[in-house]
Unconditional design. Sequence first.
Length: 133
Amino acid sequence: SAIHWWPAMSILVSIFFRSLAFFGLFTLSIPAYATGGLSCKTADQRPIVVSLGFGHVPSAGLFLARLVDDKQEIEVTVSQWWMRGPELRLALVSADATRKELILIAHWNDAAHSYDGSVWRSGRKRWVRCREA
């Protein structure tokens, strides 16, 4: 009886490995969606940290915006943002869009390989540096 199942088993093993090879080649042909991000942080004792996630392809949107002020996460949504040439601008509002939470304006600094600029939050202006995350 052991001899009768061997041909069926070898066919199943062959189908299995051919399927693996097919799916391996298929997944290599799927384009990768490159994403990246920035982490922006003030340099004071109660830091503000802004984390941004976006795509690296034309017309890719911002898919993540996170605001932490003095270790407390603030729920936000993006009102406006753009990176054009050497300039980065960002406006964050409350999740219900009733309050301005943060404005960030920064310019590319070649020497530091970062965006350096200012954030405005709760009526205060602070220096900020944004680096690739």
